[in-house]
Design a protein around this ligand. Structure first.
Ligand code: PLP
Length: 394
């Protein structure tokens, strides 16, 4: 009944767990939700005020399909200020979130017969963005103890004449890993030498803790085949507003805009107006958020490492930790076998109302993802509950 295209994709595992947490909470259960992919802060007031102004001033109609000139200019200012990248408005398309931007880019660049490299563990949506175009996702191993930088032997062996693109996501969801300069340069050199499209998903660019973030496009003087994806979602706690954007060469930006014009008409006009304020207005909120997230990262990471048999490397960015839980696999809880990280994640949910996302969903069966976009109290409570349930696994 439905097109074959639909069979090539899965429902989002992270959104499924978030829905599950909401369902349990509505039943009055004291749920500890570690599955959320969004900051637990509200959108800053100056951004909310800008949205109200937009409505009061009648900025409530269709805008140009690829975004307003005003917002594109603000994005260019932001790229120069934060990333030392010089773009003009013809290099920019605004979309309904970074997810929409990445989806559109895959649609305009990839098709049946193409292969696209994705580093594993990967954000759940990358393989599906690629598969839905008819192209094939090709997974490359990474090194958990080195911020999930690429395994270059594996990477080299996976590039062939069909390889059309490579998707990089540093800081990463689900691992929180942030690649160092050498790994970025080596990957980029390889990609450009093989004439690949380089996607750099930088939606967590501002959430970096122990180093300074460098945008991947700054590593090459030739940016023609580099697409940079950023978003207001995580940086300004604006996940529901749906504003993300892409910077790239004018021809690919034009192609994405054409597709978007026929599928979405334009991103939300009010959110675009507010995004201008987000990007070039007061930026203090970011530093405050980073300080809080860094403290929480240390709290959850140290707490996890204090639990017997959990190994948690120190992620340098985003708001996720991705501990290795492989010790507990193929063991039993009250006589029931734990076969997979999915089983363990379900056990945490059913026994202790802790909501996580299993590593299986991210192509990493030895891990579980915890989002620490939540309070210190909830983190401490979760650690206690976690230790009590894991101690019963034999
Ligand atoms: N890329 C990664 C790695 C993400 O984790 C997310 C959201 O969770 C996105 C892109 C998309 O975010 P948005 O569409 O809200 O901009």
């Amino acid at each position: 009944m439905f097109s074959k295209r639909l069979d090539r994709i899965q429902p989002s595992a992270t959104l499924a767990m978030t829905a599950k947490a909401a369902e349990l909470r509505s039943q009055g259960i004291d749920v500890l939700n570690f599955s959320v992919g969004e900051p637990d802060f509200n959108t800053p007031q100056n951004i909310i005020n800008a949205a109200k102004d937009a409505m009061d001033q009648g900025f409530t109609k269709y805008t140009p399909g690829s975004g307003t000139k005003e917002l594109k200019e603000a994005i260019c200012t932001k790229f120069k200020r934060d990333n030392n990248l010089s773009y003009s408005t013809e290099n920019i398309v605004v979309s309904c979130g970074g997810k929409h931007a990445l989806y559109n880019a895959c649609q305009v660049l990839f098709e049946h017969g193409d292969e696209v490299i994705i580093f594993s563990p990967y954000w759940v949506s990358f393989p599906d963005f690629v598969s839905v175009t008819g192209a094939k996702p090709i997974f490359v191993k990474t090194k958990p103890d080195q911020q999930y930088e690429p395994d270059f032997i594996d990477l080299l062996s996976k590039i062939n004449k069909n390889t059309k693109g490579i998707i990089i996501n540093s800081p990463s969801n689900p691992t929180g890993g942030v690649w160092g300069d050498e790994a970025i340069q080596r990957t980029l050199d390889l990609a450009l030498k093989n004439d690949l499209w380089v996607f750099s998903d930088e939606c967590y660019e501002q959430l970096v803790y122990d180093m300074k973030f460098k945008s991947i496009a700054t590593f090459s003087s030739n940016k023609d085949k580099i697409l940079t994806f950023q978003s207001c979602s995580k940086t300004y706690a604006m996940t529901g507003w749906r504003i993300g954007y892409t910077a790239g060469s004018p021809s690919v930006i034009k192609a994405m805009s054409k597709l978007q014009g026929q599928s979405t008409s334009c991103p939300n006009s009010i959110a675009q107006h507010a995004a201008v304020e987000a990007l070039i207005g007061e930026q203090n909120i970011i530093a405050e958020m980073v300080t809080i997230f860094k403290k929480r990262r240390d709290l959850i990471m140290n707490g996890l490492n204090n639990i017997n048999h959990i190994i948690c490397d120190k992620p340098k960015g985003a708001f996720y930790v991705f501990p290795d839980i492989s010790y507990f696999l193929n063991k039993t809880y009250k006589g029931k076998l734990i076969n997979s990280s999915n089983d363990l994640s379900m056990l945490l949910l059913n026994e202790k109302s802790i909501v996580t996302v299993s590593g299986d969903s991210f192509g990493s069966p030895d891990n579980i993802r915890f989002s620490y976009a939540t309070s210190d109290d909830i983190i401490n409570k979760m650690l206690e509950r976690l230790e009590s349930v894991l101690s019963l696994i034999k």
